[in-house]
Every structure is written in C-alpha cells, then in structure tokens.
Design a protein around this ligand. Structure first.
Ligand code: B12
Ligand code: SF4
Length: 451
C-alpha cells in the first residue's frame, strides 16, 4: 500500500473553493435603512427589527432557537390587506383576502431570506400561520409569535381584539417574521401612542362574544367557531360521522351547506367563519377617516351588515359563547359542537384550563381544587385551581392553601374522565381516582369547562 503524505494530498475542489469563499466574504453589516429597502422590494409594506434577547420576547426564545439555533435578530414584516375585502359580509371575499395576503407574506419573507443569505448571513422564514408544528398540539404549535415580535419591533400595539394595530394600516395587516443570524443596526423609534381608539366595535361585532370590554379574550369561543373548518373543527366533524346512526342523522348534524363548505375548505384553503373584530376596527391613519367623519353611517355601513348577517355560529353547549349568541344575535342559527382543545397530558390539562374557562358558570361561588395526578412514568403533577366569582387562577406547580376538593390518582384516567371516555364514579370504585371533599363542587367545576 502506498501512503500519500498529508502535505501532498489533493483537496477536494469544492472544499477548497468553499474555504476561499468563507475567507473572502465577511458578512455585510446591515442597517435598518438597507433592510427596509430589501424588505419593501420583496413585497413588505413595513418592516421592523428586534433582537431575540429583548425582554418582551422571553417566551419566544426557546421555540425560536429550537427552530433556528443561529437566530440573533428577528425581522418583523407587515403586508396590508384591502379593508373593503375583509369587511365584506360575503365570507368568501374576506377569506380570499386573508389567504392571498398570507401567501404574499410568506413569499416576501422567503425572498428576504435569499437576500440575507446573499449578503453572507443565515436566515430562516417560519410560516405566516400554516402549517404549524402539529406534533405539539394541543400545546403551542407556532414557531414564533408574529404579534409579539411586531409589537416589540414597534410596528404596532396589541388592540383590544388581540390583534396588532399598525398606526397607519390599522388592523388590516398580516404579519411575518424572518429569523436571522445578522446583527442589524438601528431600531424604529418607540410608538408615540396606542392606535386602538377604544371604540369597542370589535366587542359588538364578534358573534361569539370572544372579546370582553375589559380586555379578556375568550380564546375557546373564537377557536370553536372560527376554526370550524380548520384542524380542530374537522376532528369534530369526523366524530359526527362515526357517531351518526345513518345518513339521515349525519345530515342533521352536518347540513348539506356545511359539508359543501368543508369540502371547499379542504380543497382550496380552510375558511375562517368570522374575522368581524378585524373587519369593523376603524383604527389606523389610512382607515380612520369614515369613522371620524360620520360614526352612525360607519356603523350602518360596516358593523350592521356583519351583525345582521344570518350565519351559523358554532358553540359548545353551556359555554358563555352559546349564551352570548342566543341573547345578542337570536337570528343567527346556533350549531352545537364539541370543545376542540383536549389535553393529552396532566401539565397540558392545567395549561388548557384558562383557555377553555367560562366566566358565566363560575359566577357567584368560590372553591379551591387540589390535583395530584401521576403519569405513566411515575411523575406526580400537583396543581391548585381556584374559582372565585367568575375568575380563575391556576398554580400548575404546587398545592396551595386548603383544598375544598382534592383529586388524586392516575393522570390518564382523569383525562379520560374529562373527555367522557370513562365514568368518574366507576373509576373511584376501581381505585383509579380518589376524590375527597365536597363532590358537588366537581359538577360546578365541570360546568366551567364545558366539552
Ligand atoms: C394561535 C393563533 C390564533 C388563535 C388564538 C388567537 C390569539 N388571540 O392569540 C385563534 C385560532 C383564536 C386565532 C384567530 C385569529 N387569528 Co390568529 N394566530 C394565531 C398564531 C398562530 C399565534 C398567536 C400568538 O402569537 N399567540 C401568543 C400571544 C401573543 O397571544 P395572546 O393573544 O396573548 O395569547 C392567546 C393565545 O396564545 C392563546 N393560546 C395560548 N396557548 C395556546 C395553545 C394553543 C394550542 C392555541 C391554539 C392557542 C393558545 O391563548 C392566549 C389568550 O387567549 C398567529 C400566527 C403566528 N405564528 O404568530 C396568528 C395570528 C395572530 N392570527 C391572525 C389573525 C388575522 C387571526 C384572525 C383574524 C383570523 C381570521 N381571519 O378570522 C382571528 C382573530 C382572533 C382574535 N381576535 O385574536 C394574525 C394577526 C395579525 C395582527 N394584526 O395581529 C396572526 C399574527 C397571523 C399572521 N401571520 O398575521 N389565531
Ligand atoms: S375595534 Fe375599536 S376597540 Fe377594537 S381593537 Fe379596533 S379600535 Fe380598538
């Protein structure tokens, strides 16, 4: 065997060329002005930057670094929508606008990534919204919260309706974020004022009462209605198919128009059932004129066509949303569905409680519930859940104070009881669960988290 000395071994030509390129190309420093020119050329209507270690982005750090360990800066992109399209009571028109603008954001983010890479940086663009990391469902499925990044980058403020309002384009925007290794110089100045004019039209417009005047957001109300033809509503429809005795029962559960609508969503892109909170929002310099000029006319032109629209509204039986639609919009047909957030672990159960909590059934009483649930790996998860006259607090790491009711036992059994798979009395008899304290309070507890 002939041994070639290391010194005269010929290097692979591609490796040699790559070494030369790396030595020659020091990444270009990027100013906000240069970035803005690139982003606008890529199709953005506005752009801002924030560093990943910004204090407002603490919750973003882990998921962002998991997706892209090189991330240092986050570039927030804004693409505006056409307000008339979003405001149209013809849902197909509004949905088209959301979908088209969403694609425009994804295209813009992708083009900006190419520009950054050409300048010697690393970069990655997570989706505007879909698809998401569904392995993590029902936990957080999004790689980065575009809203949080946009607010931290001073592109807007969170409105009462929990959407970011841009000072110029208002609520009529779709957001994107590019993650990059580049350090970008300069930042947008702090927004001088909150663009939300506190008109509360979003509260009046929402068919399921998801937006409370005090700023609370009834997450499950929005999800159960709006996502009827998305990932979670589709699961509910599958269960209807399985449970129906025959085609006649299925046709009662799923009208011909609903199954046709589901088909359109599966074929052309999932259709939101409402975005009325965004549609009626008058905020933003480009949008505010008609509202300021003649408020009653604005209500007639923009709010009324949506509130008077006869549209199926999807609610869980016994939820605040059901009470809301029956009282405020008796002309809108109520369609009862199952809750779409079903926990699969004990920590997931505690995390989901605030998302599915209903204030109505929790009014006028108070109690403390202690949970000690042990999973298959032998870990015991302890939590304290307090209901206090319409308010909920969850301490998902400890038992606090004196419990009125204590639930101990196998975590999976408890999750099965919650989803109706197992009978709680039978599980207690079999020793899978131990429940002490006032059991009548458990029925009240269950009514606060209807399925
Ligand atoms: C989850 C989500 C939803 C959820 C929750 C909405 C919400 N208020 O957060 C649902 C399905 C209800 C939803 C609905 C809509 N959404 Co949405 N959604 C997102 C998503 C993926 C993440 C939101 C987020 O940042 N949450 C974190 C914090 C900042 O939000 P938060 O309000 O404080 O917290 C709530 C949620 O996080 C939720 N939550 C907590 N844990 C979990 C776990 C799970 C599994 C889920 C699903 C939710 C959830 O509970 C919190 C309290 O209510 C983003 C896309 C993205 N990748 O960023 C789009 C996004 C926020 N949505 C958007 C839009 C336009 C809508 C709709 C108008 C869609 C439509 N056409 O109808 C409605 C508006 C509803 C509303 N008033 O908020 C835009 C908003 C643009 C803007 N101007 O801000 C975004 C940014 C998409 C985009 N790329 O532009 N959405
Ligand atoms: S509709 Fe009115 S209250 Fe609601 S977010 Fe817009 S400006 Fe604020």
């Amino acid at each position: 065997m002939t041994i070639i000395p290391k010194s005269i071994r010929v290097e692979h030509p591609a490796i040699a060329a790559a070494k030369l390129r790396t030595e020659a190309a020091a990444p270009q420093t990027i100013s906000l002005e240069m970035l803005r020119a690139w982003a606008l050329a890529a199709g953005a209507d506005d752009v801002g930057v924030v560093e990943l270690d910004h204090p407002e982005l603490e919750e973003e750090r882990v998921p962002v670094l998991r997706a892209f360990p090189a991330a240092v800066s986050l570039i927030s992109l804004v693409v505006r929508m056409h307000p008339e399209n979003v405001r149209s009571p013809a849902r197909s028109v509004a949905n088209h606008e959301f979908h088209h603008t969403g694609e425009a954001v994804d295209d813009c983010a992708r083009a900006l990534v190419a520009r950054l890479v050409a300048a010697g940086h690393r970069a990655l663009n997570p989706a505007m919204a879909f698809p998401m990391e569904m392995d993590d469902f029902p936990g957080r499925t999004w790689v980065v919260s575009h809203k949080r990044v946009a607010v931290a980058a001073q592109l807007g403020r969170m409105g009462l309706h929990r959407n970011v309002i841009h000072p110029r384009f208002g609520s009529f925007i779709v957001l994107g974020t590019v993650l990059t290794s580049a350090r970008i110089e300069d930042r947008l100045p702090r927004l001088a004022y909150d663009p939300c004019v506190d008109c509360k039209l979003c509260v009046a417009a929402c068919p399921v009462g998801a937006i409370e005047p005090d700023g609370a957001f009834r997450f499950s109300a929005c999800l159960d209605h709006n996502y009827r033809e998305f990932m979670t509503g589709f699961g509910d429809v599958l269960e209807d198919v399985v449970e129906s005795r025959d085609k006649h029962e299925l046709r009662e559960r799923l009208t011909i128009s609903e199954s046709a609508s589901m088909w359109q969503s599966l074929t052309y892109k999932a259709n939101y059932k409402a975005a009325h909170c965004v549609a009626v929002c008058p905020a933003g310099d480009d949008v505010l004129g008609p509202f300021v000029a003649d408020r009653p006319k604005f209500l007639d032109d923009v709010l009324r066509p949506l509130t008077e629209r006869s549209e199926p509204v999807y609610v869980v039986r016994g939820s605040d949303a059901e009470a809301h639609v029956r009282k405020r919009f008796p002309h809108k047909p109520v369609r009862v569905v199952r809750s779409s957030l079903r926990a699969t672990t004990a920590p997931g159960f505690f995390r989901a409680l605030p998302l599915v909590f209903q204030r109505g059934p929790a009014k006028g009483w108070r109690a403390t519930f202690h949970f000690e649930l042990t999973d298959a790996a032998g870990t015991t998860h302890r939590a304290t859940v307090r209901i206090d006259d319409g308010a909920l607090t969850v301490n998902a790491s400890a038992l606090e104070g004196q419990g009125d009711v204590t639930i101990r036992g196998d975590a999976q059994t408890w999750l099965d009881v919650v989803t109706g798979k197992r009978n709680p009395v039978w599980m207690v008899v079999r020793g899978k669960l131990r429940i002490s304290g006032d059991r009548a309070l458990l029925d009240r507890f269950a009514r606060c988290f209807p399925r």
